[in-house]
Design a binder for this molecule. Structure first.
Ligand code: GDP
Ligand code: ZN
Length: 369
């Protein structure tokens, strides 16, 4: 059997790079046909296949081999599938290695990675140019984007409500040199042309930002029609089978793919910090063996982290990455604190209280700065 690839898949982002990835998969996986996950339910998926929309589930073997939640397909993933003869249904054998992944840590009996969107090229970080404008929130979304591997793009919406949108754009640019910032208004239509640079055929774009900033309006504006009304949002029909119209990954008329999943909308910002600790839990683990409880791993005697570095147990690149992220987060926390101080009778940033209560090593670093 040869994988079936056609224009439909190309429209959904299949390209030479993915073809190469497929060729590198082991047998028998590479003989299965690629499809892209366009919606996710609790136990099944909607896929765009070479044969149109299919509903699908993973095989028993897949389930057996999956070690953690993040091993399961997520919206945006390319999966290797086999159609069931004569039906608009497929089974999923494998997930192709992700190019990027927006991850949310979910706490249950154990803490697990939940992939809220895979293979994004860009993450549109949406914030409104009214009293909801929040630079620190934008910064934290940018960290989440960088961690995911997608390129952040900041969209300041409701430009029609703001006398000087460019002044706010400049604030964002100062905070994150190099990250593109665009002011748009779905009301007046201003700023739409600039988005053409990202909305290329086959490019996948995620949308995130707090409730009310204008994400749905933006989506419909980009689509040129009301996506929510036309796509149908029921998960199950009466017989417990999925409607095949449900999508969280939309193909726009211009050829770009836009991802709007509930999980991505609800990205919890301080997860970036909690996520950092979890992501580097191996280093935290090593640090618990340092002689001094407040060891900064900076030349102190009896430092287990430096020991692991010199013995080769800890990859220097990984440690450098840890330091870099630690610095970014400390920078944000400093701003957060000074904002909380200068704002004692007004609104306190929502997360400051949570951060103050967190008794962790990260805060010790931050307080030294
Ligand atoms: P979401 O929760 O992020 O999806 O936000 P919505 O798209 O539902 O928009 C929230 C509110 O902002 C709605 O009342 C919209 O009509 C309004 N809105 C969205 N875009 C604009 C805009 O460009 N200008 C103005 N003035 N209002 C907007
Ligand atoms: Zn140490």
């Amino acid at each position: 059997m040869n994988p079936i690839i056609n224009d439909q898949l190309t429209a959904y982002g299949w390209n030479d790079g993915w073809q190469q990835t497929l060729a590198e998969m082991e047998q028998p996986l590479r003989q299965y046909s690629p499809a892209r996950v366009v919606a996710q339910f609790s136990h099944s998926y909607n896929l765009m296949t070479a044969d149109g929309l299919h509903s699908a589930a993973v095989t028993g073997k897949f389930e057996f081999l999956a070690a953690k939640r993040g091993d399961y397909p997520a919206v945006g993933d390319w999966v290797l599938t086999e159609p069931l003869p004569g039906e608009k249904r497929s089974v999923i054998h494998a997930v192709l290695p992700r190019r990027s992944a927006m991850v949310r840590k979910v706490a249950g009996s154990v803490i697990e990675d939940q992939i809220v969107g895979a293979n994004l090229d860009y993450l549109f970080i949406v914030n409104a140019l009214n009293q909801d404008f929040n630079l620190r929130k934008i910064e934290r979304y940018m960290i989440a984007a960088w961690e995911s591997g997608a390129s952040p793009v900041v969209l300041l919406t409701k430009a029609d409500l703001c006398p000087d949108p460019e002044a706010f754009a400049a604030l964002v640019e100062d905070a994150a040199p190099g990250v593109p910032v665009h002011c748009v208004s779905a009301w007046t239509g201003s700023g739409k042309e600039a988005l053409g640079a990202y909305l290329k055929p086959g490019a996948t774009i995620g949308i995130t930002g707090s409730s009310g900033v204008g994400k749905s309006t933006l989506l419909n504006w980009l689509a040129g029609h009301d996506l929510q009304l036309t796509q149908g949002i029921r998960e199950d029909d009466a017989r417990g089978r999925h409607t095949t119209t449900h999508r969280e990954l939309f193909l726009l008329a211009g050829g770009a793919l836009v991802m709007d999943t509930p999980g991505m909308r609800e990205l919890q910002l301080w997860d970036a910090q909690e996520g950092w600790q979890l992501a580097f839990s191996d280093i935290e683990q090593l640090a618990s063996g340092c002689r001094f409880r407040d060891c900064k791993h900076d030349g102190e005697a009896g430092c287990a982290v430096l020991e692991a570095l010199s013995s080769g147990e800890l990859d220097p690149k990984r440690f450098a990455n840890y330091r870099k992220t630690e610095k970014e987060l400390a920078h944000l926390a400093r701003k957060e604190r000074s904002a909380a101080k200068g704002n004692s009778k007004g609104k306190r940033p929502r997360s400051a209280g949570r951060a103050d209560r967190r008794p962790n090593r990260l805060l010790e670093y931050m307080d030294d700065e």
